[in-house]
Design a protein around this ligand. Structure first.
Ligand SMILES: [Zn+2]
Length: 90
């Protein structure tokens, strides 16, 4: 049985991808030929996954506290606090 998985860029949805070596833990790194950004398919930590920062901001706008967001997204409270501080600085 053969399983195939189509890979596309999380930034621009392009399928023009090039392998860009391995990370320290052996995960494949990819580079998009269209937008030239790098990404990995699997993240070691949930906080590094694409879209986590946007979820934190969205939950904050819905009046969720730091502990609520931490429990909902399964990430550390300090990660939530630092993401909010970085967003406030912008
Ligand atoms: Zn791209």
């Amino acid at each position: 049985m053969i399983h195939t998985m189509s890979i596309h860029c999380p930034h621009c949805q392009s399928k023009n991808l090039v392998k860009q070596g391995l990370t320290g833990n052996g995960t494949q790194k990819w580079q998009c030929d269209s937008c030239r950004k790098h990404f990995r398919l699997f993240c070691r930590y949930k906080a590094w996954e694409a879209g986590t920062k946007e979820k934190i901001i969205e939950l904050t706008l819905n009046s969720s506290g730091v502990c609520d967001i931490s429990r909902t997204l399964h990430i550390n409270r300090n990660t939530v606090c630092s993401a909010l501080k970085k967003n406030a600085a912008k």
